[in-house]
Each structure stands twice: as structure tokens, then as C-alpha cells.
Design a binder for this molecule. Sequence first.
Ligand SMILES: [Fe+2]
Length: 385
Amino acid sequence: MYYHKLGKIPPKRHIQFRQEDDSLYKEELVSSKGFSGIYSNLYHIYAPTKIKAVGKVSPFGSKIMTDYGLRQTHLNTSKIGTTGDDFLSGRKVLLKNADVSIALCVPKSKAMDYYYKNAEGDEVIYIHDGSGELHSQFGKIEVKKGDYVVIPRTVIYKFKWNDEPLKLLVIESASPIETPRRYRNELGQLEEHSPFCERDIRPPSEIITEDKEGDFLLKIKKHDQLHEYHYSHSPFDLVGWDGFLWPYAFSIHDFEPITGRIHQPPPAHQTFQAGGFVICSFVPRLFDYHPLSIPAPYNHSNIDSDEVLYYAEGEFMSRKGIDRGSFTLHPGGLPHGPHPGTVEKSIGAKETHEYAVMVDTFKPLFLTEDAMEFVDKNYPMSWTE
Ligand SMILES: [Fe+2]
């Protein structure tokens, strides 16, 4: 990320910065990697440490299947109904390992009458359906269908969703979500060969300053539990902030695809990196233009990664029987490839209108108990004509 600021801040860090009644604003340094990573300085009306009560703790995790076995997997989540009551209980985690978890969230209620922070992971929320506003300590961001909303850990936030169907792909990362290293120069700027640049990153654009007292509930996720904290002031009590650490939105529609004469490998679609996995965006693009090109992918043995695709929009030319909103998992150790007939059918095709989000992990993924009801039992045999 880059340096950004909103609202009022003092001319130097860690100096007196006074409110109208002459009391001091309360400064908070939010820093990553101890004091060595990116950070922001926040200026509060009330002390961020001042709480009213420590509330209840409830489990907030998912159980993995350890005996699922090694098999090509299609999770037929295309017709998934509501997944829970709200934005948190509605997160149905389907795949996970120590580095990442992948959930769908289709909440019954779009209202959030509490604030939330994830204290153990960065979140990437891909908005498959829906629109609204992300409200956080850092301000407001308008969000819409096709956005990746990237929320660093410990950012306190809530969403205000518009009244329309809502479906979210929620990717939680144990390590920071970053833009791909190979697209950044030595000072962090996205380079000319990057498929997107800083203009495509949408930072918070309007500070929210709620100077009010009462009972404000904050739910904090840590240790696979939700911890309730009660504050006597709004957590959105900032008058300003500056730094490199802030939430942002990036639309899959702003990802400029890299194409070539012959088939481009998945790294050409990489959008984010994190410890132990990457996120890639498949977007509408011209197909390969060598006179003998085969637009469909080749068979692939991924020997040290598990590959997850979430089919967002359009016809996926290499897959049969996969609908909008389904997942496939092609685990390391088994070759996967285009379905029978799709290679021949792809020859001569000029372009694709597909959208998909790919999550490739370097450690094996586990399906969760919640994923079991969506397993398409015929999928391992789907390459046999
Ligand atoms: Fe692959």
C-alpha cells in the first residue's frame, strides 16, 4: 500500500494534539510486524483502551474432515441458501488449512448492530452479489459486486449493505494480504507490467467521527472464538489518521488481463499474495493468438499446491457441470485438466467472458464438515467419457 491520510492529524507524530475543550486527542499506533511493518497513526476522541465490560466468549470455528481422502472435488454451492443469521454466523467455512480459510456467507439478515474486528487474520471479502458501504475506523468505502474488500487484521468495521441479494466469498489469511512482490518496485510502487496500479485501489474516502457515548458492542475474532467487548463510546471516534495500513477495495473488473500467443499460466492472473497462498483473478480476455493455439488449459500435475477455483460469472470453457457460485478443488498429487471435448471445442475461440477467483495454497487444504453436503460425488469420474 501507499501513504494515505484522512481527517485531522497533528503536524508531527506523538506530539500534543488538542480537542476544542483543550483535552488531548488519544493517539494510537496500529503497527504490523512489531514496529517493522506498515503502520498507521490514529487519533481518537476517547481512549481506545477504555472499555465498559468484557463480555461472553463463544466458539467461532469450523471442524475439518481428516478422512476425506485424496480426490478431485466439486462443491456444488451454486444454489446455496442462506448460510446463517448474520455477517459472522453466516460464514460457512468450506476449505481451510493453517494459512487460509475459504467461506461463503449468505446471511439471513444484512444488518450489523455491532462492530467487528478480526484479531488473527486479514480478510479478503469478494462481493459476488451485493453492494453497500464498508464503515471502519478509517472511514467509508463504497463497495459493489466484483470488489475484493481487503481488511487488515484489527481494523474495526461493519458493513451497511443495500437491500439486494448478498453473497460473499470470505477468504481469511493468517498472514498479511499483499500485492504480488514481483509487480512492485523497490519502494513498493506497482510497476508498469502490473495488471493493476494504485489508481485501481480504492482507499477510505470519508472519515466517520461518531462522538457519542452509550453501550457499543465489538465482536473480536481470536483463537477461533468470538470475544464480546463493550465500550462506552463508539469505536468510530477518530478525527483523523495517516499511514500505510488501511482497508481498501479493488474491483475484479479493474484487473487488466495479461494474454499471449500461447496459453498463459495462472500466475499471469495473480492479484494478491500472502503466506502460503495466492489469489488470482480470471477475467474476460482475448484468447491466445498463435495460429495453432489451444485456448483450453493443458493437463496439469500440481505437485506441491492445492488449487481452488470459485466460478463467479460466465461459462467456464474447460469445465462441464460447473455453475455460477461453485467451487472446484484440485489437490496436489493428482493431475487435472480440461473435461473431455472441451480442448477441441476451444480451438478457434477468440475470447472468454468468464470471471473466477482462484486460491492456490502451498499446504494441503482440508474440507470442513460444513462442506460435505455440497460434495458432487460424480466429479472424480467426470473426465471419463
Ligand atoms: Fe492447475
